[in-house]
Structures are given as C-alpha cells and as structure tokens.
Design a protein around this ligand. Sequence first.
Ligand code: KG4
Ligand code: ZN
Length: 354
Amino acid sequence: KEDSIILGIETSCDDTAAAVVRGDGVILSQVVSSQADLLERYGGVDPKMAGEAHSLVIDQVVEQAIQNANLTENSLSAVSVTIGPGLSLCLRVGVRKARSVAGKFGLPIIGIHHMEAHALIARIFERDLHFPFLVLLVSGGHNLIIVARDLGHYIQLGTTIDDAIGEAYDKTARLLGLDLRNGGGPALEQLALEGDAYAIKFSIPMKQYKDCNFSYAGLKTQTKKAIEKMNVNIDNCPISQADSKERKSRADIAASFQRVAVLHLEDRVERAIEWTMDIEPSIKHLVISGGVASNQYVRERLDLIANKKHLQLICPPPSLCTDNGVMVAWTGIEHFCLGRFEPPPPANEPEDYM
Ligand code: KG4
Ligand code: ZN
C-alpha cells in the first residue's frame, strides 16, 4: 500500500484538478485550474461552457501534475477519476483523459464518487481517523450528513430538500454586490467579520422538523427581502464603492445570514450525532468537508458542537476542502489497496465510447 502511486483527476464541476499521491499519504503534486472568471461573468456554472473550459486545460493540468511529481506515467500504479455526481459534460472530460492515460500505460482505473472523496480526504492526514465516523459535507451543490461505516459503506442521515449552503452563500454574496473573483462564500465570510450577527432576525430553517435534513431556499428569500429593504441599487454600487454606512448595513446582513445558516448546520449535526450514537456508539470523530468547510466561522461553531458531544472535529486544510485532485487520488488509493479497481482500458480507445 505504502508505495503505490495514483494519479487522481477531478472535473465534476468548475475546477479542473489533478494530483499525484503516494500510498503513505505523501502528496507528490497538486494542480487546480479554476473557472472563477467564467463563474463571475455568467453568475453560475453553465454546463456546456464549463465542459469546454475543462477540455481546454485538461491535458495541461494532468501533464503538469505528472511532471511536478517528478515521475513518468510508467511509475504510476493506477489512475482514479471522479465519475459522479456532477455535470455530465464536465465529468466526461476527466473520464476521457483518465482512460486515455490508463490505456496508454496499461494502468488500472478506479471510478470515484465525488462525495466519498470529500469525506475520505480527512484520512490522508489524520491517521487515527478510523471507521466509523460522522461526516458533514457542505459545498455548492451538496449538503449531506453521512455515517461512514466502512470504505464504500455509507448511511445518509440527511440531505438538502432544496439548495445547498454553498449555493446560498454564493447567491447572497452576489445580491450584496460582493467581489466574486475568489468565490462568493469567502467574500461573504470576510464581510461578515465587520457586521453585527444579531442585527437582523432571520428565522432558523426547519426548526419544527426533528430530522437531519436541510433547507436553504427560505433563508435565501429572507435575505433577499432584507437586501431589498436597504433600497440601494446594488448593480450600480458594488461593495468597493459603498460608503461606510452602506458597507456596514451589508456587513450586518452578511453576518446575520451566516449566523443563521450555520445555526441550521449546528442543529442538524447535533441531532445526527445523537442518532449515530445509537447505531455506532464507538464513533469518536466528526469530519467536515466540502468548500464551505473552509469557512473559519463554520469550523469554530461545529467544534463547539463536537466538544459538547465528546467528539473530535476534523477539518481538512482549506485547499483540500474545496474540489481538488488529491481527494480523488487518495480515495483511489483506499480502493486500490483493497483490490477494488478495473482492468486497464484498451490503448487507443476511441473517444466516443461514452
Ligand atoms: O466543494 P466545492 O469546491 O465544490 C462543490 O462541490 O460544490 O465547494 C464550493 C462551494 C461554493 O459554494 C463556495 O462559495 C463555497 O464552497 N465556499 C465557501 C467558502 N469557501 C468556499 N462558503 C463559505 N465560506 C467560505 N470560506
Ligand atoms: Zn465538491
């Protein structure tokens, strides 16, 4: 296991990422090419455009990852690639590339579930993180609580019934006229630091439902109304041009939104821990992962919940919380070591097999 070397490729959404990871957890290389500029321009991911953007950079990203790792394709043990969930026009770019590299060098191939990769990346640096453990996955497209019982064996305790929290962060950031170049979530987190989190009384979603599901559509609407009440034309007034009073009102909305958005996470996670204690009383860890898990406020609040329930909180470093190739390569290693992989595809496979 220790000396297997796997190339991981991730293209499920708007990041084209590749990485090479060794079985002992050493990250030999990591390359991410982001479509943040497209996102900012078009206000969201357009699947066709995103697919084309992946196609333009995939060869370069993969070659760079192999080169930076100082090896040739011959030293690789296998290729792993995200096969879902995600945008099919985007996923297929990664899968094609993975099959062509694997076919050319006779390497086994491992199809990876994107959310499993987000969940398992924590095990690359936290060697004491043994199954079973509880995972909260919070990203732009997903909001899940799962019990990871074993490799490939997961129980979903809750999911979103409408939007994911990352999407709510992104939309709110846009409505507040924030600079979206580094992502709406990080911009909102930053502005919230200047605001009063109790200034606006948003209601906590789904309090009456004693389950572990999420809903962010209602909070999004509440925030939209609060912004409309401010009565400024945000299109003509990006945050960089707001005077100090105007900036403070937007910061208050950002902070109030964030407090309630995260309270909803806290509420669900606390219940999920109680449920899990019934089926897996030996659990010791709560893992949070996905783009939103790089948020400092989210980490601090969930750390309090974990402590209260005598669990240890584990958060991957921010660069491994957002979409990346390392998580795909690492999850590939976990499967590879148990013999879970497919034989090499034929060399020179026609590209239209999908
Ligand atoms: O995991 P990820 O990179 O892609 C998906 O699988 O969706 O997550 C991206 C999401 C975006 O919605 C982004 O705004 C959010 O994660 N995000 C954050 C932060 N950093 C990224 N949300 C809140 N605070 C952050 N610091
Ligand atoms: Zn993701």
